[in-house]
Each structure stands twice: as C-alpha cells, then as structure tokens.
Design a protein around this ligand. Structure first.
Ligand SMILES: [Zn+2]
Length: 152
C-alpha cells in the first residue's frame, strides 16, 4: 500500500466520524498514518515501527494524553491494520522477524468464491519502490476535497 492510500483512508474515516474535525487533528492523523514507513530507513521495511511491541506503548500513551498525539497513534494503528491486509506485519519485532497478515481473494463471477488465508512469513527485505499511484492519486484528491468541505 502506498503513502497516499495510507494517508487517505484514515483521513476519510476521521472526516466522516469526527463531530468537528480540525486541520491540526487531520495533520496529526496523516503524519501518524505514514510514519511507520520510516522503517525503509532501517535494515528492512516493516520492522521496528510495524511492531506491536513499539506501537502498543505509544497507543497507551496516546490514550492517556489524548488530543493530537492520540490521533497520531490512531493514524499509526491504521497503517498497521492496512498493512496486515496487504502483506505481513511482524508483531514481536525485533525479537522475532516472523510476520502475520490476512490475504482475501475473491474469484468469480462463475464459481464465485471468497478465500481467506492467514499468511505467515518474514517481511520483505528493503527494496526500491516503484509505485503506480493512479488510483491512489484519485483517492487523495477525493480526500482533499472532503477535507476542504468538512474543515470549513
Ligand atoms: Zn507499512
């Protein structure tokens, strides 16, 4: 999943559900939602910042402090949630590199089937990105338009 999708999906949820969304809150959420991919600067992508051992204490701190830091950690949590469905996250990194994810495959229309598969493997090593962001760009524009309407 690319950064535009990681930022747009929780932003749309925030803009839809928050009683009075603010630019500060939205900014904290967006920064949190792309923050875990700073892991690309480490030895491997989906490592420290994709680990529940790092995320859960930050979430507890966010729940305690509230405000913008809570939105930052909720954005971070949305990143891990979305990555769980598009690969694996290593919940106990750095003690274990083993990652978990859920693959959902739909086939049809003939012989319609939905296949759920729990994936267990090690995250991919660091690699160079090549992103096709056409659909993500459209989603980001929709999010921006929604933010302009909701933040007024
Ligand atoms: Zn990620």
């Amino acid at each position: 999943m690319d950064p535009l999708e990681h930022a747009s999906i929780p932003s749309l949820v925030y803009l839809a559900l928050a009683g009075e969304p603010t630019l500060t809150g939205l900014t904290a959420l967006v920064i949190g939602s792309v923050f875990p991919d700073l892991d690309v600067l480490a030895e491997e992508h989906r490592s420290y910042l994709h680990s529940l051992l790092v995320f859960l204490p930050a979430l507890l701190l966010g729940l305690h402090s509230g405000g913008s830091f809570l939105l930052f950690t909720l954005g971070w949590g949305s990143h891990l949630f979305l990555d769980f469905f598009t690969g694996v996250i290593p919940p106990a990194y750095p003690f274990s590199r083993r990652g978990w994810g859920l693959s959902i495959t739909v086939t049809g229309p003939r012989d319609f089937r939905i296949k759920l598969e729990l994936i267990e493997r090690y995250p991919d090593k660091k690699h160079n990105y090549r992103l096709e962001i056409g659909g993500s760009f459209a989603l980001a524009l929709l999010t921006l338009l929604t933010a302009i309407i909701r933040l007024n």
